[in-house]
Each structure stands twice: as C-alpha cells, then as structure tokens.
Design a protein around this ligand. Structure first.
Ligand code: SF4
Length: 456
C-alpha cells in the first residue's frame, strides 16, 4: 500500500534578516550577566519599566525578571524553574513570568545554600541553559499590574528578607477627568512628577548599594543612545504602514529585548538603524514580509514567547500580515520626544507610566483605534493571555470599540506569556479562518455580514 506523505505547509513568512544580529547581542548580554560577579559587579534583579540606563550609569549588572522568564520560554527550558516554583507553592494561575522567575529565585537560593556558587542550582544549570547570578538587591518598577508590583516583594521573602529592596509606586492613569488624555492633563503631569521624584530617591539608594556617587553624565549618555535607538525604531514602525507590509509585528517582537534592556550605547543605535534600513530597502525593492499579503491584522496581548516562530508562520500561511499591537506600538520608549537627554529623569518616569497596562479604557481605546486606522487593519486578534489579567482585563471593551466605531471584527484565543500548556491551536485556527472568511464577505458586500459577532 502506498503511503501518503503530507507535505509541510509552505512558509510564507519572510522575516527580517537583521534580527539575527539582535539575537547575537541578546546572547552576549546574558553571557556577560552570567559572569558579572566574577568581574566584581554587583547584581540587581528588577521588574517592570526599563530601568537599565540607571543601572548602567551606576556600574551594575542587571537582570530583568520578565526578560529572563521570556528567554527561558523562548528556548523552551522554562520547565525546571516553573516546577521549582510549583513545589514552593506558586499556583499555575499565577503570572507565568513571575512564576518562572520566582522558581529561579528558589533554584538560585538552593545553589547558594549548596556549594556557594551563587548561581542557579548546579543540578539544573544544564537544563536551564543559564547561570543566573543571585541578586545583591531588588528594584521593582512595575506599573499597571498588582502581580508585577508584588513580584520583587515575594522574591525578597524567598531570599529571607536579607537583601535590600526598593519599590517604585506608579499611579494608574485612569484618564477620566475632563482634561485627561494621552500625554496630557493634570493627572498625567502630577503622576509624572511623582514618579520622577522616586527615581531621584532611587539614585540615592543605588549610591548606598554601590558605595560610590551616581554618574549623572553616564545616565545622560546612555539615554542619548536609547532616545536615538527609539527614534529609529519608530521610523521603522511607521514604514510598516506600507502595502504590502515590509516587516511585521513578529519582527518587532524579535527586537523587544534590545530596546527593553540592552545597554544604551552606539551598538544599540546601529542595530535599530540597520532594522530601519532593511525595512526601507525592502520597500524600495518591493519585498514583502508575507507572501501574497491579503489581510492586515492587529495583535493584542503580551507575546506568547514559546510560539514566536510558529505564530509568524501560521498567520503568514493565511496571507495575514500582523502589523500592530499594544505590546509593540505602545511600549518600549515609544515616545522618544519626551526624553530630554540633558536631564532625562522626567521623560524616563513618563515612559514607565506609559506601560500599556497602566491606562484606563478611554486611552487604550484611543491608542488601539488609532493604530488600526493608521495601519489600515481589517481585524484584531486578542491573545487572551491566561495568567496576565492586566493585559486581558480591557480586551472585550477594545473589541467592542473596534466593532462599533471602525466596523472591524475580532477574535480571541487563549495562550500565555511563558507557559505553553495554555495555548490551544485548534481554537486560534478555527476562529482565524472564520474571521478571514467574514472579512472576505465584508469586502464583497462593502460591510460586515449581518449577525457576525466581533467577539467569538
Ligand atoms: S500578570 Fe502580566 S503585567 Fe502582571 S507581571 Fe505578569 S506579565 Fe506582567
């Protein structure tokens, strides 16, 4: 009997080549961190907004908790840390970023209690493919999420409350006063000053921890590079409005780590200049990111880090260019004009407040609909990120606003940031196909078909 051999689906995604350079920079960064203690560096563990320029200026090595959890998930080696967290008592419904990182705390502590190596428990090093050095202190910089705000507090308890901790408090931007709006109003001005003052207090804390004066010039220099990199990033993002799209949301996801926590230096600027230039070259040469682009969609939700390559191929297979998302357009130094490079503290504080989970529904609706219109999008896909309520909370309101005000449909699928077990491929596949068919019908009729519901 002849066997039928199923041919793999054609890969219609055409990802940017330059992101491989970003991958190398990221690997070098982690390798550097793993050996930081041997080079006499103090190590800070932190979460939330990008405080790395502060740490860079203070001469520290830094570990961003979400980034480390995302890296383990992307490498599919998050299991031992999550198991250690579960054994310690952290429930599977707890944010999988924090669950993974808290598991790292448990493993790190086991390592220090064992042979005093100060690294993740020796027996798990190989599996984790990482050697995360234990922290000297913690700084929490989380806006918009109660889990994030408590995350370092819990790590502090895991380490027996023996390490110093500094917590920055961020007011939620409700945006419901008459004068409130994105980047404006009394609430925005007051909150900006409140957080800026805490950053000045953080500088004093860093001076206590390092035993040396803080280098303000080094902070200005680092922020000058970061501002330039952020401007180039925004230029590249704007170029992606072209039809067909020269690069997609997935390319920008692959470039999250560089803008989020790599040192502010010329190498960072060069990287984002090269990203922008590759996109620009593609436009000049008629090269598209998705073969035969037919649909353009928005992706809302934090990235499902186990699935980056898989999702980019999946959407491309259906002729879908995913082009915008709250996690990309509205995060990561997204308003570089706010940075005064000669005195960057206020602009930094404002970016921390602009975390995409720190806005009321009115502002989120403004940002989402703006991006849907600017990128000429046909629909929205909501990654209902199972253990991240901060992101999923307003998603139904955003879906309804897109339907009511722009007439564009949306679907929801379940997954998670760093726990692959929550992802259900069949649900995404069937809902995506149904929405694309509805978009086809809409194009034929010039309107959404009767009875089509935005919320699947
Ligand atoms: S629940 Fe979401 S926003 Fe909160 S800490 Fe986890 S990933 Fe961050």
């Amino acid at each position: 009997m002849l066997e039928t051999i199923e041919k793999p689906a054609e890969d219609k995604s055409n990802r940017l080549g330059i992101t491989r350079v970003g991958g190398r920079l990221i690997s070098e960064y982690w390798e550097d961190l793993f050996t930081a203690r041997e080079r006499g560096k103090k190590i800070v563990w932190y979460n939330g907004g990008a405080l790395n320029p502060m740490f860079q200026a203070a001469g520290l090595a830094w570990c961003h908790g979400e980034a480390f959890a995302a890296r383990l998930a992307a490498q599919r080696v998050e299991g031992p840390a999550q198991l250690a967290g579960a054994e310690y008592g952290y429930n599977a419904e707890l944010c999988s970023y924090s669950r993974t990182h808290l598991g790292c705390s448990v493993l790190t502590l086991q390592g220090t209690e064992g042979d005093q190596t100060g690294v993740v428990g020796a027996h798990d090093q190989e599996v984790l493919a990482a050697k995360l050095p234990a922290p000297d202190f913690f700084v929490n910089n989380y806006a918009g999420c109660s889990t994030g705000q408590q995350w370092d507090g819990i790590s502090y308890r895991v380490f027996g409350k023996k390490l110093p901790i500094f917590n920055i408090s961020h007011p939620f931007l409700w945006g419901n006063r008459p004068d409130a709006g994105y980047l404006r109003g009394e609430e925005w001005e007051d909150a900006s000053k409140f957080v800026a003052e805490q950053l000045r207090n953080l500088i004093e804390f860093l001076e206590q921890q390092t035993g040396r004066p803080f280098d303000h010039d080094a902070l200005c220099e680092s922020m000058t590079h970061i501002k330039r990199a952020a401007e180039l990033r925004r230029e590249g993002l704007a170029l992606c409005k072209a039809k067909p799209a020269p690069a997609t949301f997935w390319d920008w996801i692959a470039s999250v780590a560089p803008i989020n926590f790599l040192p502010g230096n010329q190498e960072l600027v060069d990287y984002f200049a090269a990203v922008r230039d590759e996109i620009s070259d593609r436009i000049d040469n008629g090269v598209s990111a998705v073969k035969d682009e037919k649909y353009r969609l928005y992706f809302d939700g934090i990235m499902n880090w186990n699935k980056l390559g898989f999702l980019s191929r999946k959407f491309a297979e259906h002729g879908v260019a995913v082009l915008a998302g709250r996690y990309i357009q509205n995060a990561f130094w997204q308003e570089p004009h706010l940075i005064d490079t000669s005195d960057p503290i206020l602009g930094m504080a404002q970016h921390y407040l602009l975390c995409p989970t720190n806005h009321g529904a009115k502002t989120l609706e403004y940002l989402t609909l703006r991006d849907c219109e600017e990128y000429g999008l046909d629909g929205l896909v909501f990654h209902s990120t199972r253990t991240c309520r901060a992101f999923t909370g307003p998603q139904r309101l955003l879906a309804k606003a897109a339907q009511d005000k722009l007439g564009i449909p949306s679907i929801f699928f379940e997954g998670d940031v760093a726990d692959a077990s929550f992802y259900k491929d069949g649900i995404l596949e069937s809902r995506l196909v149904a929405m694309l068919e509805a978009i086809d019908v809409r194009r034929e009729r010039g309107a959404l078909p009767d009875g089509f519901s935005a919320i699947a």
